[in-house]
Design a protein around this ligand. Structure first.
Ligand code: GRF
Length: 212
C-alpha cells in the first residue's frame, strides 16, 4: 500500500464458514472497497468454508497448518514466504482459530486485524471464542454486546481497537440468538474497518512482507 492511494493486498485467514469474508467480498462487489484487493485466503482447516468461497471466486486459497511442518519455525518460514509471494501487505483474521505466530506479528506490525464478537476489552482473551463469548455476556447480565475490529498484537484480543458497534442484549436471548445479532454488525464493521485501512486512516507505514 502506498500513501494516499491505491491498493491494499489483503490476506484473509479463517478456520470456518467464512461469513465475514463473504461480507468483505460483498462490499468489494458493491464498489465500497475500491482500495482493497483480496490477494490470498489461508486456512488451517482444509475443509473450511472460507477456502471454498475463495476458490469459487478464483482467489488463491491455501490450506496451511503447523501440522504440515516439522516444527513451528518451518511453518512460520513457509507462511512468511507465502505472504511475500502473494504480495500481501495486510492480514484480516476472520474466524481464525489459531494464534498468529509472534514472528508474523512482528513482520506485519500494526498490519493485522481481527474481528471479535463482543465489546472488547470485555469478554476477550483465552477461551473467549465462538459461542462461549455470548454465553459469558449473558451470564454477566450485560444489556449491550457487539463486535470489535482490533489490531492484533502478542496479547490475545488486546490490540488497539479500530471499530466497535453495539447491539442490544434482549431478555429472552440465548447465546445463539445473541450470536446471530452480533454477526450482523460484524458483517457491517469489518468491511468498514478495511475501508479505513485502504484510505490510510490507520497508521500503517510499511508495505508488503519484507525479506525476513
Ligand atoms: C465470528 O463470529 C468472528 O467474530 C469470530 O469467529 C466468527 C467467524 O465467523 N472471530 P465467520 O467464519 O466469519 O462466519
Amino acid at each position: 500500500m502506498e500513501n494516499g492511494s491505491l491498493m491494499v493486498n489483503v490476506a484473509v485467514f479463517g478456520s470456518g464458514r467464512g461469513s465475514n469474508f463473504q461480507a468483505i467480498l460483498n462490499a468489494i462487489d458493491a464498489g465500497n472497497l475500491p482500495g482493497v484487493r483480496i490477494a490470498l485466503v489461508v486456512s488451517n482447516n482444509s475443509s473450511a468454508g472460507i477456502l471454498e468461497i475463495a476458490r469459487s471466486r478464483g482467489i488463491p486459497a491455501l490450506h496451511l497448518s503447523e501440522k504440515q511442518f516439522q516444527d513451528e519455525r518451518s511453518f512460520v518460514d513457509a507462511l512468511l514466504a507465502t505472504l511475500q509471494q502473494y504480495g500481501v501487505d495486510f492480514i484480516a483474521l476472520a474466524g481464525y482459530m489459531k494464534m498468529v505466530p509472534s514472528k508474523v506479528i512482528k513482520v506485519l506490525r500494526n498490519r493485522i486485524v481481527n474481528i471479535h464478537p463482543a465489546l472488547l476489552p470485555k469478554f476477550g482473551g483465552k477461551g473467549m471464542y465462538g459461542i462461549h463469548v455470548h454465553e459469558a455476556v449473558l451470564a454477566a447480565g450485560e444489556v449491550v454486546s457487539g463486535a470489535t475490529v482490533h489490531v492484533v498484537n502478542e496479547e490475545y484480543d488486546r490490540g488497539a481497537i479500530v471499530l466497535q458497534r453495539q447491539v442490544p442484549v434482549r431478555p429472552d436471548d440465548t447465546p445463539e440468538t445473541l450470536a446471530a445479532r452480533v454477526l450482523l454488525v460484524e458483517h457491517e464493521i469489518y468491511p468498514e474497518a478495511l475501508r479505513l485501512v485502504a484510505e490510510g486512516k490507520l497508521p500503517l507505514d510499511k508495505r508488503s512482507v519484507p525479506n525476513h
